[in-house]
Design a protein around this ligand. Structure first.
Ligand code: NAP
Length: 290
C-alpha cells in the first residue's frame, strides 16, 4: 500500500457500491482531507453522510467539483457523458478526473465528445471488483483489497495524474495495471460481461417455464453459485451491454456455437466429447482458483 498519497478534496459523483467503497477505503488510510459526494437523490447522499462515508454532499455537480483535487465518477455508464457535460465548466486546471466504468472505450468517447479531445487530466479506470449489490449500504472498505484495477490511459494522459490515480487505488489495497482501452473491453467482455449474460439468460429462461416455482423450490447451491450475478442491477448491465456490445456479441456468438456443439454431442451420445470438454473446463477452473 502507498502511504504517500494525500488528497485535499475528493469529489465522488455516484456514491453507490463502488464510489462508497473507494471513500471508505481512503478514509481508512487517512489520505483524504475531505470527501464530497454528489448524485441525483438527496436521500442517498444523506444516507452516505450518516454512514460516515462522505463528509458533505451536493446535488449540484458544479458545487461538488469546485476546487477538487480528484473527481471520481462512479455513475452507470449511460450517465457518464451527462456528468462530464455538467462538470466541464467547473473543473479547475489542476483537477484530475477519473472514472470506474466497466467498459472503457465508451467512457473515453463520452469524454472526447464533451471536452473536444481527451483531457490530459482524465485517467480512465476500472476496478475489477464488485458484488451483485448496489448502493452505498453495500459499500465496504475492503472491496478492492488484493483485487486488480485496470487503468486505460490515452496518449495525452498526464504522467502525474496517472501516478496519482495509481496511488489512489493502491491506497485502497488494489494492484494497478495499465491496458489499451480496446484490449480492456475485449478481455472484460469474456471474463465479466459474458458470465453476467449467461446468468441473466438462465434465470430468465427458468423463470418463464410453466413449472418455474418447482424449479426454484428445488434449486440448490450450484444454482445459487451460478446465478448470484443475475441479482445485479439491471440498469447498470443494460448500460454495460450497450456500451460494449461489439465485443460482447462476438464472445456470446462464440459461446453459443460451443453450446450448440455440446448439444449435438449429447444428441449423438458422444461421451468422449463430453468427457474431454468437462475435463478441459475443470482443469482451467482449478488452475484459475488455485
Ligand atoms: P450503484 O451502487 O448503483 O451506484 C451508482 C451511483 O450513481 C448511485 O449513487 C446513484 O445515486 C448515482 N447515479 C446514478 N445515475 C446518476 C446520474 N445520472 N447522475 C449522477 N449520479 C447518478 O452502482 P455501482 O455498482 O457503484 O456502479 C457504478 C459504476 O461502477 C458503473 O459505471 C459500473 O459500470 C462500475 N463498476 C461496477 C462494478 C460492480 O460490480 N457493481 C464493478 C466495477 C465497476 P443516485 O441514484 O442518487 O443518483
Amino acid at each position: 500500500m502507498s502511504h504517500k498519497l494525500h488528497i485535499g478534496k475528493l469529489c465522488i459523483i455516484g456514491v453507490g457500491l463502488i464510489g462508497g467503497s473507494v471513500a471508505r477505503a481512503l478514509r481508512e488510510c487517512n489520505c483524504v482531507d475531505s470527501i464530497v459526494g454528489a448524485g441525483r437523490q438527496l436521500e442517498n447522499l444523506k444516507r452516505a453522510e450518516d454512514l460516515g462515508v462522505i463528509d458533505a454532499y451536493s446535488l449540484d455537480l458544479a458545487k461538488a467539483v469546485e476546487d477538487a483535487d480528484i473527481v471520481l465518477v462512479a455513475v452507470p455508464l449511460g450517465a457518464m457523458q451527462r456528468v462530464f457535460e455538467q462538470i466541464k465548466p467547473h473543473l479547475s486546471s489542476h483537477t484530475i478526473v477519473t472514472d470506474v466504468g466497466s467498459a472503457k472505450q465508451s467512457v473515453m468517447a463520452a469524454a472526447e465528445n464533451v471536452f473536444g479531445e481527451l483531457p490530459a487530466t482524465f485517467v480512465p479506470g476500472h476496478p475489477i471488483a464488485g458484488t451483485e449489490k448496489s448502493g452505498v449500504e453495500a459499500s465496504v472498505a475492503e472491496l478492492f483489497r488484493h483485487r486488480r484495477v485496470i487503468l486505460t490511459p490515452h496518449a495525452k494522459t498526464d504522467k502525474m495524474a496517472l501516478a496519482k490515480v495509481r496511488q489512489l487505488w493502491q491506497a485502497c489495497g488494489a494492484q494497478v495495471m495499465e491496458m489499451e482501452a480496446v484490449h480492456h473491453d475485449a478481455v472484460l467482455a469474456a471474463t465479466s460481461h459474458l458470465p453476467h449474460m449467461l446468468a441473466y439468460a438462465l434465470v430468465d429462461t427458468l423463470a418463464r417455464m410453466d413449472d418455474s416455482q418447482e424449479i426454484f423450490d428445488y434449486a440448490a447451491g450450484g444454482f445459487r453459485d451460478f446465478t448470484r450475478i443475475a441479482s445485479s442491477d439491471p440498469v447498470m448491465w443494460h448500460d454495460i451491454c450497450l456500451a460494449n456490445r461489439e465485443q460482447l456479441v462476438k464472445v456470446m456468438r462464440a459461446f453459443s456455437d460451443d453450446l450448440h456443439r455440446l448439444c449435438d454431442a449429447m444428441e449423438q451420445g458422444d461421451g468422449e466429447f463430453l468427457k474431454t470438454t468437462f475435463t478441459r473446463a475443470k482443469n482451467a477452473r482449478d488452475k484459475f482458483c488455485g
